[in-house]
Design a protein around this ligand. Sequence first.
Ligand SMILES: Cc1cc2nc3c(=O)[nH]c(=O)nc-3n(C[C@H](O)[C@H](O)[C@H](O)COP(=O)(O)O)c2cc1C
Length: 186
Amino acid sequence: MDKINIGTKAYVYPMPVSIVGATVGGKPNFLAVAWLNMVNFNPPIVMLSLGGRKYTVEGIEEHKTFSVNFPAIDLMEKTDYCGLVSGRKADKSQLFEVFYGELKTAPMVKECPLSLECKLHSTHSMPSNTLYFGEIVGAYTDERYLTGGKPDMGKMNLFVLTMPDSNYWALDKQLDKAWKVGLKLK
Ligand SMILES: Cc1cc2nc3c(=O)[nH]c(=O)nc-3n(C[C@H](O)[C@H](O)[C@H](O)COP(=O)(O)O)c2cc1C
């Protein structure tokens, strides 16, 4: 076998970078989240995995709402800052222009190309992390990020994260069509 076993410190590769928002102490607070995925089709449910006792969790648990915002590369520094500094130590409420949807307590980031408004569905404790499942009740973008009425990644300039090397990567090349390119092999 030519494969090298690099141990267990390998992660899902690469990971999305998001800014999760909640209302804490009457103000918006944001943290960076990369351990995030879709976990249910109908209703659409996303799952965040949070370790330790994040300040944002206080707002998620109080209001049972949160937002998931996907930042473009121009927000990389602010996103990283949200992941470096806790709202317990610094006020992150003024970092972004905030808007609200129907839930009123899930602050979304206006500068982000795509924002999901979520209602807490359930939580699940893991050995070191807690999973927060959120039902998506609204998704917001700007006209300039749409093609044929659908969000277009090629227009959004999003970025992804790799761990354990802790690098951000651009994500700007569309390759082929999913559910189509493999048809050749059928
Ligand atoms: C790129 C990036 C991704 C992160 N992803 C996660 C994550 O998925 N889960 C988590 O618990 N913390 C994650 N963090 C760490 C939190 O964002 C960080 O602890 C944050 O300061 C918590 O803020 P709060 O205490 O104001 O909620 C990440 C940090 C960075 C920089």
